[in-house]
Design a protein around this ligand. Structure first.
Ligand code: ATP
Ligand code: MN
Ligand code: MN
Length: 305
């Protein structure tokens, strides 16, 4: 039941990378194949490119599809496709190189390697130490209603905006939402982590019935974990438009704030319906992401410190 997708001929890229076994099935129930995955990425590439190019990447590789073995992989491997870059972490000279891509061929190289999820760093290989985005990952407990997750995302947006930052939202393709704030690289990782932790702790202190900021407390039902730990050197979050190795072939979909709606759940958008959504969009809801980057506000020094 492969849906015919609406191509955008002007922007749809072609790849020189050879896909072997394009009929290999990755999402059995949905009938999404390796070739279908490559077609999906050709559709979304113009939107996805800024968030995956020139960043260290972690991959969830599933050679036998979502029901087989899964490998979460940060480093290059023997026989890696030439379209995929291998980059040395300046803090780990001589150690195993990280994975990066610079173009659509690189993405198709990842597809060829059965990468069903793509998880970039929040900094680029040109500036490893200074992140260019903040990511707040909202992880709802099992009995939290979706309207509460939306409210949490909006509260984070408001708090970010009060501090002069901009906020964007996407579905995770799993259970939650991610609120992402573009940064002008300036603060280094420890400062960003401190900033994100302060916000998560403050939200938990202000609304202890709704939010927790530590994983230990997140086991309590009925609460949303404000997972600020994406904002650490070496940590990753799933890329905008990346597929998820989960039933339904969901994708992480950037949205406009006005689109948040109880009817659109965290895994609403999929490999099958995402291209149609993009074809119908009047404009990319994240179009201003790059332009909206500002430096992380510097923390006021406490007296006595
Ligand atoms: P959900 O909405 O279901 O929470 P998510 O992508 O936000 O989806 P989390 O479990 O909240 O998932 O986030 C964990 C993050 O840790 C992922 O985004 C990923 O970058 C990273 N990660 C995922 N799998 C692994 C793994 N096996 N080892 C290390 N890090 C992982
Ligand atoms: Mn999450
Ligand atoms: Mn999380």
């Amino acid at each position: 039941n492969k849906e015919t997708t609406m191509a955008k001929p002007a922007s749809r890229p072609a790849s020189k990378v050879q896909l072997t076994h394009p009929d290999r099935v990755y999402w059995p129930k949905e009938g999404v194949t390796k070739g279908g995955l490559a077609d999906y990425y050709a559709e979304v590439w113009p939107y996805m490119e800024p968030y995956v190019v020139d960043r260290p990447l972690a991959l969830l590789r599933c050679p036998d599809g979502i029901d087989g073995q899964q490998f979460f992989q940060k480093h290059g491997w023997k026989g890696i496709n030439a379209a995929i870059l291998q980059v040395e972490d300046p803090k780990e000279p001589g150690e195993a190189p990280y994975i990066a891509i610079k173009d659509f061929d690189g993405l198709i190289g990842l597809v060829q390697a059965a990468s069903l999820e793509i998880h970039p760093w929040g900094s680029t290989v040109g500036d490893w130490e200074r992140p260019d985005m903040l990511i707040m990952d909202l992880d709802p407990g099992p009995d939290v209603g979706w309207a509460s997750v939306i409210a949490a995302a909006e509260e984070i947006r408001d708090r970010l905006q009060d501090m002069g930052l901009h906020a964007y939202v996407k579905t995770s393709g799993g259970k939650g939402l991610h609120v992402v704030s573009p940064l002008k690289p300036s603060a280094e990782w420890p400062q960003l982590k401190g900033f994100a932790k302060d916000m998560a702790d403050q939200m938990a202190a202000d609304s202890p019935g709704k939010y927790v900021s530590t994983i230990a407390k997140a086991k309590r039902h009925g609460k949303i974990l404000i997972d600020y730990l994406r904002n650490q050197r070496g940590q990753t979050a799933v890329a905008p438009y990346s597929t998820r190795a989960r039933p339904g072939a969901p994708v992480s979909m950037p949205l406009g704030w006005e689109e948040l709606d109880p009817a659109i759940g965290p895994a609403h958008f999929t490999v099958s319906n995402a291209p149609t959504r993009l074809a119908k969009l009047a404009s990319d809801p994240w179009a201003d992401f790059g332009r909206d980057a500002v430096p992380l506000p510097v923390k006021r020094q406490r007296r006595g410190n």
